[in-house]
Each structure stands twice: as C-alpha cells, then as structure tokens.
Design a protein around this ligand. Structure first.
Ligand code: NAD
Ligand code: DAU
Length: 351
C-alpha cells in the first residue's frame, strides 16, 4: 500500500511524511515543486529509505500526476501543496491562484480519472485536502470559535485561494462522488517552519541581534497548534473521517502575537541568554501593519475530538519550548535558508 503526499518538502508536509514513516511501513510517494518554501533537507533523514520516493514536480502538471497515480496506485492522496504565506499573497497573488486554485483543480481532475478506473480499491480510496482556518475570515473578540458550520469569508488573496480550493474539493464529492475529506487547521508551529512566518522569524532575528517586527499593535490573536498534532489529526481523519465532511483542527491555544513574542523572548533569555545580559524583549519593534490584517482566529475542534477521538498531545507551553530548542539545535538548517533569495524577500517586505 502507498500514499501520495503533495507539498511534502514544506513545513507541515515534511513533518507529516517523517511522522508517517516513523509510525507505519506504508510507502510514501512525495510530490513537491520545490518552490522557495520546499526544502529537501527537511526529508534528509529518509535518504536511502526504500519506503520513500521523492518526485520533483507541480500538482498542476496533469500528465506527471496521472503518470504517478498509474505507476504507484496509491490508496490515498494527501494534498499539502500550496503557496502558504499571507504577506507574499499580498505582494503577488498570481502564484497563489495558480497553485492553490488551478493546481488543486488539476490534481482533482487527475485523481477523479484515476479513481473512476479503480476496481477493488475504489471504495477505500481517499483524497484528503489540507486547508486552513483563514477561510472563515476574522472573529470579533467575543465571538465563539469557528465551527465547520461558519460561512466562508476569506480576506486575503491567500485565504481566498484556499477557500476556492476547498469549494472545488467539495464539488468533486457532490458531483462526481470522489471520496474526499477536508481539514481546516489553525496556525501551526514546530520544526522545519520556514523563517518567514512569525515564530521562526522571531527566533532567528532574536539570535541574530535583529529587530523583532510586530505588525500594528500586536494584539491580533492566533490559535496555535504544534505541527505534530496537526499531523496526527490528518492521519486520524484519513483513517476514520466521514466522506465529504470537513474537520476543524486546533489546539484551543489562543494567544496575541505580542504574547507569543514575549514567550519566545523569555525562553531564549533562559536557554541562550544575550551576551550583554539584557532581555531579547528589547529587540521588539512595532512596524507597519499587514494590509487587511485579520484580527482573530480561533478553532472549535469539538467535531474532530467527539467524532474521531482526536486530542492534541502538546500544550502551547510544552510545544513552544520544544520548538525553540529545535531551532537552537538546528542553526545550520536556518542558515542554509536565510541566504540568497530569502534575503531579498526580507529587505523588500520589511524595507
Ligand atoms: P509551506 O509553504 O511550508 O510548504 C508548501 C510546500 O508546497 C512547499 O514544499 C512547496 O515547494 C510545495 N508547493 C508549492 N506549490 C506547489 C505546486 N504547484 N506543486 C507541488 N508542490 C508545491 O506550507 P505549510 O505551512 O507546510 O502548509 C502546508 C499546507 O497546510 C498548505 O496547504 C497550507 O494552506 C495548509 N495550512 C498551513 C498552516 C500553517 O500554519 N502553516 C495552517 C493550516 C493549514
Ligand atoms: O491560520 C492558519 C494560517 O497560519 C495558515 O493558513 C498560513 O499558511 C500560515 O502562514 C499562518 O498564517 P498567519 O498569517 O497567521 O501566519 P504568520 O506567521 O505569517 O503571522 C502570524 C501573525 O503574526 C499574524 O497576525 C501576522 C503577525 N506577524 C507576522 C510576521 C511574519 C507579525 O506581527 N510580524 C511578522 O514579521
């Protein structure tokens, strides 16, 4: 048995593949375009492991995807491939439309054709689409957390493109009876998180003696989940999710951005104190806000917990400490990324 995982060289996809092969012997075919966010170093520990095959390619390349499906006959496709950074979608939405909408459409088409000719495996086949809580828009401070019944109100080009992909997945179930599942997860953090996103960016800048940029007033709220808990949720939904359903995934960990940055500074003060004995908090700098910045996200994961018995293993306190330690122990991984093209993004975006 084999599964096909797309976007497997990115942050969550790589964690998913590593955890999968740690727990199963079921083979994985990895498909990733290796954009700026895709990094084969994330999968380095699988070199020489014959349960894993890596293929460089685009989910929008219909011929390639059809060939992979025919050759490897996967019993499931798990789709992590996406352009994922909100700020980049504001600077240039085109790639988001191409990969998140057109790419997902082409992938669905290839999977639909493949599924239609399956005989014995057709009933057990699954297409699991990994999506985000951002499709639901922004909450007021006293609003209840998002449930699966919230209407879609995406606010950024990124979230609008993910919302469009979710609708396509839903339509392929309704119209063609493709056996799909969708997960909508809150903000992830953990190992292999690309240092353009808040948590790894703050750790990297703190250690480099650079400013810690907080957009606007820093009172925006995100709901944080340790990446391995997201991976266990995806595995559980793949195993037992009801066809055509969506499942919210979250850790009940709402924090303001400023609180998250303070926590990171405090852990770094303990684990890697500054040479001058002062706190990393002194590096905090308030910068221009993100255009259209969503104020609050919060996920109600009751359905996943009640119907499928999933629970996160980490609290925010345990997960964030593990994460800081991982970055301290893997400075070489960060240094490999923070050279070259990534520097251009930082100077363009933060001026
Ligand atoms: P990421 O940007 O770290 O990784 C995305 C991966 O997809 C990269 O390896 C990239 O090379 C690959 N990719 C991009 N375009 C591709 C294409 N056309 N064909 C094949 N591969 C392509 O993203 P991530 O944070 O790991 O997110 C993975 C998925 O989870 C995304 O769909 C994202 O929307 C969703 N998600 C992310 C979070 C989060 O907090 N990071 C939360 C909820 C949902
Ligand atoms: O909610 C799930 C989403 O979480 C995923 O769908 C996205 O792929 C993922 O990137 C993430 O989106 P966010 O925009 O919430 O994540 P980001 O790390 O970019 O920012 C987190 C918060 O921190 C957000 O309110 C913006 C703020 N921020 C971010 C950066 C990079 C800052 O204040 N300063 C910064 O330099």
């Amino acid at each position: 048995m084999t599964i096909l995982v797309t976007g497997s060289a990115g942050f969550i996809g790589a964690n998913f593949v590593l955890d999968w092969l740690h727990q199963h012997d079921e083979a994985v075919v990895s498909l990733d375009k290796l954009t700026y966010a895709g990094n084969l170093a994330n999968l380095k520990s699988l070199e020489g492991d014959d349960r894993h095959v890596f293929v460089k390619g685009d989910i929008g390349d219909s011929k390639l995807v059809a060939g992979l499906l025919a050759e490897y006959q996967p019993r499931a496709v798990v789709n992590f491939a996406a352009e994922s950074h909100v700020d980049r979608s504001i600077h240039g939405p085109e790639d988001f439309i191409q990969t998140n909408i057109v790419g997902t459409f082409r992938l669905l088409e290839a999977v639909r054709v493949y599924h239609a000719q399956l005989h014995d495996g057709a009933a057990a086949f699954r297409f699991l689409h990994v999506s985000t809580d951002e499709v639901y828009g922004s909450l007021e401070p006293t609003d209840p957390a998002f449930t699966e019944r919230n209407r879609y109100e995406p606010n950024s080009p990124y979230s609008a493109s993910k919302a469009a992909s979710d609708h396509l997945v839903r339509a392929y179930h309704h119209t063609y009876k493709l056996p799909v599942l969708t997960t909508n997860c809150s903000n992830n953090y953990g190992p292999y998180h690309f240092p353009e996103k808040l948590i790894p960016l703050i750790i990297h800048n703190a250690l480099s003696g650079k400013p810690l940029p907080i957009y606007g007033d820093g009172q925006q709220v995100r709901d944080w989940l340790y990446v391995k808990d997201h991976c266990s949720a995806v595995r559980r939904v793949l195993e037992a999710g009801k066809l055509g359903e969506t499942y919210n995934v979250g850790g009940w960990n709402e924090k303001t951005n400023l609180d998250v940055v303070h926590t990171l500074c405090d852990i770094l003060d303990q684990e890697r104190p500054r040479g001058d004995g002062r706190s990393y908090r002194e590096q905090i700098t308030f910068v221009k806000d993100r255009p259209g910045h969503d104020r609050r996200y919060a996920i109600d994961a009751t359905k996943l917990e009640r119907d499928l018995g999933w629970k996160p293993a980490e609290t925010f306190e345990s997960g964030i400490r593990k994460t800081v330690r991982w970055y301290l122990d893997n400075q070489g991984w960060v240094e490999n990324i923070t050279s070259g093209a990534y520097r251009d993004w930082v100077s363009k975006h933060y001026q």
